[in-house]
Design a protein around this ligand. Structure first.
Ligand SMILES: Nc1ncnc2c1ncn2[C@@H]1O[C@H](COP(=O)(O)OP(=O)(O)OP(=O)(O)O)[C@@H](O)[C@H]1O
Ligand SMILES: [Mg+2]
Length: 275
């Protein structure tokens, strides 16, 4: 995988090199006590609707945050804000102690945010391997795509990281996959290009039990390396198993922020369902 990491670094801005480091990992980001990401009073309005109102919370280094809430609570909008797809009307993002503006997905990616969107954008008419490397293709020294290398890495990622049920070849067209398998390809892509913060918007809703377990093992592995994740899920039992802290949203506001030791599945269920 070394060549990939080198390829990555040549593509990113000097800022990202500072934050992501030569290996693409976040271990070089600031000191461990400075939060990785702080959201401060984030507001977003669509027309007459306040979709996010004064949303503030912190993502520390080496932790998994569960972002919970009922349908329409604003979770995906917040995920898009963190990944630079949506710009807040008010409020501030602070990355590793410094205010930042994530004006596009590229900018957030350069800081080290990797996102799996709820409606993940894959191209049906392309292979799994091409989808994993979409927009970040490996090229040889003549500038041509190195399809062989991308296939090899994709095969490895599929085998070792996400162990997707029923996917045996990186050459399979994504259009021929089930919803859950597509989701797993999106996860494989995010996992391969992992940086400091992995944001997953309902990744397990269509995943088989084994693939969910593999993903959770992976999130634990990232945490052990000092990296952080935000997991959006409707499955509170899943959330409770894997997350260190919880942020519950209701109608665009945070209604509970608690460490795992300070709350229970019962309380989370009550907050999510009653709002
Ligand atoms: N681009 C948009 N334009 C107008 N309204 C939007 C837009 N995106 C989201 N909304 C509205 O914002 C609210 C929050 O939506 P969002 O997708 O963030 O919720 P969610 O918590 O992710 O819900 P779910 O659990 O169903 O995925 C909803 O009322 C939705 O209709
Ligand atoms: Mg959503």
């Amino acid at each position: 995988m070394t060549s990939i990491e080198i390829n990555e670094v040549t593509n990113v801005s000097s800022k990202a090199e500072m934050t992501a480091g030569a290996s693409g990992f976040a271990n070089t980001v600031g000191d461990a006590a400075t939060p990785l990401l702080e959201l401060k009073e984030i507001c977003k309005r669509y027309g007459q609707i306040d979709v996010l109102t004064n949303v503030s919370f912190t993502v520390n280094k080496a932790e998994v945050i569960g972002l919970l809430g009922d349908n329409g609570a604003g979770k995906s909008t917040l995920v898009k804000t963190i990944s630079g797809v949506v710009q807040p009307d008010q409020g501030e993002l602070v990355w590793d102690g410094k205010p930042v503006q994530f004006n596009s997905r590229e900018v957030s990616a350069n800081y080290g945010v990797e996102t799996i969107f709820q409606d993940s954008a894959l191209v049906d008419s392309m292979s799994i391997a091409r989808n994993i490397f979409m927009g970040r293709e490996i090229r040889n020294r003549f500038g041509f795509m190195d399809l062989r290398q991308m296939r090899e890495i994709a095969a490895e990622v599929l085998k070792t990281i996400v162990a997707i049920e029923g996917i045996d070849s990186p050459d399979k067209l994504v259009g021929s996959l089930s919803g859950g398998q597509k989701q797993a390809v999106a996860i494989a892509r995010a996992v391969h290009f992992k940086r400091s913060l992995l944001v997953l918007d309902e990744p397990t809703s269509a995943l088989a039990v084994r693939a969910t377990e593999a993903l959770f093992d992976y999130l634990r592995h990232l945490r052990d390396q000092g990296l952080s994740s935000i997991l959006v899920t409707h499955d509170l039992y899943d959330a409770y198993r894997i997350c260190d802290r919880f942020v519950v949203m209701s109608r665009g506001r945070t209604i509970l922020k608690a460490a795992k030791s300070e709350t229970s599945i019962e309380e989370l269920t009550e907050k999510v369902s009653r709002g």
